[in-house]
Write a protein that binds this ligand. Structure first.
Ligand SMILES: CC(C)(COP(=O)(O)OP(=O)(O)OC[C@H]1O[C@@H](n2cnc3c(N)ncnc32)[C@H](O)[C@@H]1OP(=O)(O)O)[C@@H](O)C(=O)NCCC(=O)NCCS
Length: 364
């Protein structure tokens, strides 16, 4: 490959649209599917065209830029650049991918070029804290600054970031639970859920489940829980600020996350005495057979009653009841987040892949 040309992907209005933008988007979707299979195996990261179009849209909270490299009609490499717009506005977060079928030297050259390009885009937006991603592992020659998880410095994405002065701040573990396996285990889901509910009830808590947007009566509490999530979930040394959630932001989040046809299922734990919401968990159910776990939090005042486990189990019971076509759930957790991983491991989640998040600060 002699010269590398990187283009901005302009999203079409609809996924099936018969325009140049529609065709380019569909080529980028095919590339995204191939990358998903290479990284996570078949089915785990697969999306429909509509889901991907929704996932790639910008929102008031975050702008998303997509850059692509073509080989004829086919897209062979790409990057995403995410620009937070409400807080953490110094941050430009990017992820690059070049297909594994490419010759190794071509692949490395594309990754290098895409990282330089992503940094240029971030700089155009005045971003001085750059974040990048790479495949990672439970341990590696480069350890995360959290002390949990590592990366291989020769892996092309990691190598490009290291060469530019990035440091590995955090490693995330993707894990998957298979409800069919849990049912065959020593304690089936219903028995474990009953235990967790009995313990919570004895301590004065109950659960409430819904699908779709949060009901009006719970919206102020859900905003506060999302704000707590941005502070309490570990971010290692990443320069991410506390988030402020207006009702408009909550509504936009709910709209965007379900725009491609996904269903959002939420369970909250309520302190019966005060009526206060002590925590929540959400998952998204779309195409394929794998539901996607989203946030889980129990606020500090209510920890230590097993509510994290209760919320998880309750939502798995909801999933089994309403979406029997989705027996698997995938989740991403920071490798140092022992409290969340303890709950997930006990629930039956098994690691399948790791991703590193790297950071470098540039002088203004
Ligand atoms: C993961 C989480 C929901 C677990 O909370 P929980 O269900 O109340 O946890 P448990 O009831 O199993 O608590 C067991 C013990 O660990 C303690 N504990 C739980 N989470 C803790 C935390 N984040 N920090 C310090 N201690 C914690 C509890 O107080 C309890 O201590 P005790 O035995 O002395 O009473 C909670 O840690 C949390 O909300 N974390 C922040 C949000 C987060 O990281 N979400 C996941 C992002 S992927």
């Amino acid at each position: 490959m002699h010269s590398i040309s990187i283009d901005e992907l302009v999203l079409p209005v609809t996924a099936g649209e018969q325009t140049a933008a529609g065709a380019a988007f569909r080529a980028a979707h095919e590339h995204g599917e191939r990358i998903g299979v290479e990284r996570y195996g078949p089915g785990l990261a697969s999306l429909t065209l509509e889901e991907r179009l929704a996932a790639w849209q910008s929102s008031d909270a975050e702008q998303h830029r997509k850059r692509v490299v073509r080989d004829g009609e086919r897209i062979i490499a790409s990057s995403s650049i995410w620009l937070p717009m409400l807080e953490s506005t110094e941050v430009g977060d990017h992820g690059v991918a070049a297909e594994a079928s490419l010759a190794p030297e071509t692949r490395r050259a594309l990754i290098e070029a895409l990282v330089d390009d992503a940094e240029r885009v971030a700089a155009e937006h005045g971003r001085t804290t750059l974040m990048g991603g790479s495949p990672a592992a439970a341990s590696g020659a480069v350890m995360a600054s959290t002390g949990f998880g590592g990366a291989d410095p020769d892996e092309p994405e990691a190598a490009a970031l290291i060469a530019r002065g990035y440091e590995l701040e955090q490693v995330y573990r993707m894990s998957v639970a298979d409800l069919r396996g849990l049912e065959r285990g020593e304690r089936p889901l219903d028995a474990r859920w009953a235990d967790a509910s009995a313990r919570a009830a004895a301590d004065g808590y109950e659960t409430i489940a819904w699908s779709g947007p949060a009901p009006a009566e719970h919206r102020p509490a859900m905003r506060a829980l999302h704000e707590a999530m941005s502070v309490d979930a570990p971010v290692g040394g990443l320069a991410l600020e506390a988030e402020v959630w207006s009702d408009e932001r909550l509504a936009e989040f709910e709209r965007q996350k379900t725009a491609g046809g996904r269903t959002m299922r939420t369970v909250v734990a309520r302190d019966r005495a005060s009526g206060e919401l002590a925590g929540f968990t959400s998952l998204f159910v779309g195409s394929g057979d794998v539901a996607s776990q989203h946030d889980t939090i129990v606020t500090r005042a209510h920890r230590g009653h097993g509510l994290g486990m209760l919320l998880k189990l309750a939502n798995l019971v909801e999933l089994r009841r309403h979406h029997p076509t989705h027996p698997r759930v995938r989740t991403m957790n920071a490798e140092e987040n022992r409290h969340m991983l303890a709950v997930n491991e006990a629930t039956g989640f098994v690691p399948v892949a790791y991703e590193g998040i790297w950071q470098r600060k540039v002088a203004r």
